[in-house]
Structure formats: C-alpha cells, structure tokens
Design a protein around this ligand. Structure first.
Ligand code: FA5
Ligand code: MG
Length: 426
C-alpha cells in the first residue's frame, strides 16, 4: 500500500530493473531528430505553443526535425512545451533568484574561481548522460520508464551530471552547471517531470590535501560537506538539516542532504567524492574531486515557502508578481485556497504496468490540474491477479474547477488508462 510513498530519487536507486542494449555516441548537429510521438500519445488537451525554431543552448532545432517519428521516442507534448523556457535564467523568477544567490555564495567564498554554465543544451547523448558518469548498463535510470528518449542514442538529460566529463576535458576544474532536467516520475507536490538542477564540481591537486594530513578522499569529503553546509546557511540561516549516506554510480562516498520542511525531511541534493575513473578518463590523473547536484525547486520551495512544485510554471500574475530580482527573503502568499477534488480508480494491472506510465497518461490529459496520483490500495487475489487503486487529486493553483470539468477529465483518464495501458478497470 505504501508503494508510491516510498520514494528514492533516480540515481540513488540501486535496483536494476531494466536491461539496455548497446550504446554509442551521437553527435549533435543543428538538425536533431526529435519526435513528439509519446507513449501516451494523442492527447491534445494541451495546446502546443506556436514555435518554428527552438534555440537550446546555442543549438537550433527546427520544428521539422522535431516532428520525426522514432519508435524509441517517448517524449510527450507536455514535455516538449517546456523545452527552451529556461526558468532558471529569469532574474525575477524564484529559480533565477536562487541561482543568483548560489552564485553569490561561490563568488564570495572562492573569489570567482567557479566557472558558470546555464545554457548548455538539454538534449544530450546516452553516452553523456549515462556512460560518461559510469552509470551501469543495467541501471534503472536508463530505462524508458524513467528517462525521456528522443531516439535510442539521445535523451533529454535527466541530470546536470551529464556535463561533467565534457567540462573536465575542456580543462575546467571549478564549475557550476545549471539547467532544466527531465524525468518520467510520480506526481505529487514535490515531483515534476521537468525540474532544475545545479551541478557543482571542484578538482583538488595533491598539494591541497597533502598539507592536511588527510588522504585525498577524506579531505574532499570534508571540504564538500563544509561547502554545502555553508551554502545552506547562506541561503536559509539556521535550518534543521541532516546528512544521509547513499549510493551514486559516479561518487564514493556519496551523501544526500535533507532539510526539515513542513513536518517532513525533504531531500534537496545529492553529492560525493568523484570516482577516480571519471577523473582519469578526462585527463586528471593525480587529483581528487567532489561533485554535487542540487534540486533548485526543492530548495526554492523551502526558501520562498512555495507549497506546490507546479507553481514554478505558473504565468499567473498573482504568482509572478510576488518575486523580484535579488530578493531572497520573500515568503510566498498563497492566492488559491481551492479545495482538491479526489477521484479513485481501481484496475487489474498487467506485467508491463508502471506507475510512471500511469502518471504520464494522467498528465497528458489533466496537465497541471493534477496535483497528486497516489496508490491507496494494492492486493493480489487467489488467481494471482493484482489490483491497484489510485487516488487522483485534481486542483488548480489558479481557479476553482467545476464538477463537470473534473468529471470530464476523469472520464478521459479512465478511457485512456484502459486503452493505452491495457489494464482492466474494476
Ligand atoms: C542526481 O541527479 C545526481 N546527479 C546528483 C549528484 C551529482 C550526486 C553529483 C553526486 C554528485 P538525484 O536523482 O538524487 O541525484 O537528484 C538530485 C536532486 O534533484 C534531488 O536531491 C532532488 O532535490 C531533485 N529531484 C530529483 N527528482 C526530482 C523531481 N522529480 N522533481 C523535483 N526535484 C527532483
Ligand atoms: Mg536522490
């Protein structure tokens, strides 16, 4: 029953559910294959903005390139519509304000030593996203269930770590990479399929740790924790936080930082001491390094008291007008007190059923009107058939929804869940 509540983020998952075939390297030209044929495909409830050419990190992507069909493509329209919006580059947006505040911290404490990137193209090769950071061939994060594939060799980056190797190879030793990242994921107030991360990376040379009497790894781990605790203090002042040991394929040891928010521990970042292999492959033979990847929405929710991750995408002036450039201390005043409306739905699942696929169907129909999809009942009968009951919460951040509107949404959800996921409604 608690299945959907137990949630570890993508890279700390160790279970290996998926076997991928071979990967190679895809070179990007200005003409990218990019199809919007989705797994839950033809829901047109959502309106595509009229764009002829998108510019992503200096890469021009024409509409014609984008609308190519590829059987491995699982990018839906709702995701395509978010490409190129770059909320983190808007100085008046909470994510932009937060990014700039983190920049200030690093500029001040490391005398401008960190090189900053916030416009790298989110379309990356499978090699960049996974191979370069040692993600094993059978790691769950590579699955079509967890990652958006443009084609078999190209993904929408699911973390900013995808840029570590190329920046190291270019000679950068201190850098911050901010960008939009994309994941097929569950639906609730702290998870959204597009969110923003900032990657931090710092390389040390032997003279830096030798004087300390510590070995390189311990030195880097200590420095990393000090740096991030300092950052948390810079952003929040006194706040309750704790370190949790975890696993990432690209760091060892690895940690997560959690902050106490609304009576729960909220995971805000993952980090660790970089695997030697990554440094070695990219020309850093006698060094150690640390890296972190922080979730900007998660930090901004705590910082500005933003209760729901969907709000970051709102164009409602009652949201946008509350924030201004450089203003970190502002607390968001909710303008929507509209109650959620709950709809339950039970069905017999099949072997290929996944919660991420269900969430994609629901989002394809209801867009940002869906607040949460939660498994509330789960049992297997004597014949071995498994039933799931999901509770869908509908709520607009901006207006009240009519019964009729919600019933229509729920009816479409029921139809498409049946036809696209091949489950049997009860
Ligand atoms: C990673 O993505 C690692 N690349 C982080 C890292 C970098 C570790 C460098 C070590 C070294 P993870 O999957 O845990 O790890 O995601 C990092 C952060 O992104 C999380 O702590 C969380 O704050 C945020 N996050 C993850 N999934 C979502 C989501 N669906 N919506 C919003 N924020 C999310
Ligand atoms: Mg995590």
């Amino acid at each position: 029953m608690a299945l959907s509540l137990v949630h570890s983020t993508l890279f700390s998952k160790t279970s290996q559910l998926f076997l991928h075939t071979k990967f190679g390297f895809t070179h990007f030209s200005s003409s990218l294959p990019f199809s919007s044929s989705a797994l839950p495909s033809n829901s047109k409830a959502w309106r595509r903005p009229v764009v002829s050419v998108l510019e992503l990190g200096g890469v021009k992507i024409a509409r014609d390139d984008v609308l190519r069909d590829d059987p491995t493509n699982n990018v839906p329209d709702t995701i395509f519509s978010k490409l190129g919006l770059q909320l983190h580059r808007r100085d008046q947006h909470p994510l932009g304000i937060l990014k700039n505040a983190i920049y200030d911290y690093f500029d001040t404490n490391y005398s401008n030593k960190f090189d900053k990137f916030d416009d790298l193209c989110p379309l990356v090769s499978v090699k960049q996203n996974f191979d370069d950071v040692l993600v094993p061939a059978d790691h769950v994060s590579r699955s079509y269930n967890d990652t958006y594939y443009v084609d078999s060799q190209t993904v929408l980056r699911c973390h900013t770590s995808a840029h570590q190797a190329e920046l190291l190879r270019k000679g950068h030793t201190h850098f911050l990479v901010t960008g939009d990242v994309y994941r097929r994921d569950s639906i609730d107030s702290t998870h959204y399929p597009v969110f923003h991360q900032m990657e931090g990376f710092r390389v040390f040379s032997p003279d830096e740790w030798e004087a300390s009497g510590l070995d390189g790894t311990s030195f880097a781990a200590e420095d990393l924790k000090k740096c991030l605790e300092g950052l948390a203090k810079h952003l929040f002042g006194p706040v309750e936080m704790r370190w949790v040991d975890t696993y990432f394929p690209f760091t060892n040891p690895s940690f997560e930082l959690e902050i106490y928010f609304k009576e729960k521990w909220l995971e805000v970042l993952g980090c660790g001491v970089t695997e030697q292999e990554i440094l070695k492959r990219n020309g850093k033979l006698n060094n150690v390094a640390w890296a972190f990847g922080l979730g900007l929405e998660r930090l901004a929710m705590v910082l500005f008291d933003i209760p729901d991750i969907r709000l970051f995408w709102s164009n409602d002036e009652r949201f946008t007008s509350q924030f201004s450039k450089g203003q970190l201390g502002i607390k968001f005043k909710p303008f929507s007190k509209y109650p959620p409306c709950y709809k339950d739905m039970s069905f017999w699942i099949n072997e290929s059923f996944t919660e991420n696929n269900l969430c994609e169907v629901v989002r394809g129909i209801a867009g940002d009107l869906v607040e949460e999809v939660r498994l509330i009942d789960n049992f297997t009968n004597k014949k071995g058939m498994t039933s799931h009951c999901y509770r869908i919460a509908y709520r607009s951040m901006e207006r009240s929804l009519t019964d009729e509107e919600i019933n229509d949404l729920q009816m479409s959800v029921r139809e498409q869940v049946q036809s696209k996921l091949n489950v049997v409604l009860r």
